[in-house]
Design a protein around this ligand. Sequence first.
Ligand code: SAM
Length: 371
Amino acid sequence: MTALSRDEMFEQALGLFRVGKIEDSVGLLRRLCDADPNDQPVLRALATFHSNVGDLKGAIPYYLRDLRCGITLETVRSLGAAYINLGDTSALEALAEEMHDLIWDDEVILQVWGFNLWDRKLAAKSIPFLKRAAQLAPDTPLFHYNLSAALISAERPEEAVQAYARHVTPWTGACTQKDVIGEYKTVSQGYDDNGLHHSFTERLLRCYGDAVPARRLRSVLELGCGTGLLATKMPASATSIWGIDISPDMLDAARARGIYDRLLEGDLVTVMEGISESFDTVFSACVLYHIADLRPVFTNVARLLKPEGVFAFSVDPMTDEQDIAVTLKGEFCHSRAYLRRLAAEVGLSERLIEIQMHRAPPGFFCVFKKL
Ligand SMILES: C[S@@+](CC[C@H](N)C(=O)[O-])C[C@H]1O[C@@H](n2cnc3c(N)ncnc32)[C@H](O)[C@@H]1O
């Protein structure tokens, strides 16, 4: 029987892998590798096969040997993906440093690696990658959005807002309403299990406390109360708590807490228009990005607040070049200049506007007081 050539053995190994004979295939490839340790197609096939069967640790030595024989972007990308999937950010960083010149013009690698560093709580390290990706692809909104999330995580608030503002499009005045009720039907399930959701009201209450220290909470109206997380954080001094929400599913969860004095279903502006009672404080945590034109919100809040009443809320942020803009998700963000103008128009004075993490990207957390 004549011995098979290298090419024939290689083809046979690929064929065996295709029909699921993994061990036989890898065995053949290893023999080829022993015969020529610098055979890059063989090294690459071994790495890919290990990776395809979920053995990333087994794949890495072959990727590294492949790179020692000759560097290709594809292998660098695959090795990086293996490190990411193994959660080995130190190895990823070392690879990025070593391959800096190669990857520095590849926005996909920069974005994926940067995003993963941010996702693994290494925001400061992720920023150079995400910044460069956004520079290379300035028309890709997601890159600016991700950069803004990393910047706010790294406590660089003004830069985070600048990056966020680069991902939006101007608002043209169209009031296309998303299906908020449908969206929150799904979101309501397990809403309270997500720590991020708790952070909206926690941050807002912290800002409220900083802006008007020692002020006692008495009658409270909450716009977009959702499942009622704010109510669980109200002090005993709160004499009454009303909530408004458009989603019957979120309201069901709020009702089940048994804390609210009244829960009203409907669009928050429309519902406010029908209220004649007045309140000491109006809260709205992580809701107003659903609404483009905030003038009716401010007008009604100012009407419902008692003298010296406080309005504390959060919005997605826009720089002062535009009042209102449309985000990647088709929601709305608002500038500080716009909020200040609306407030002044209805007789509210600014106590605090602070940039903090909102959802993943930044937001403005605002506290205004009725004059
Ligand atoms: C992200 S959740 C925040 C809920 C709550 N404030 C919290 O911090 O957990 C947004 C809430 O706003 C409500 N919402 C959105 N648009 C609304 C509108 N126009 N009127 C009333 N509620 C609205 C949604 O139904 C949802 O419950």
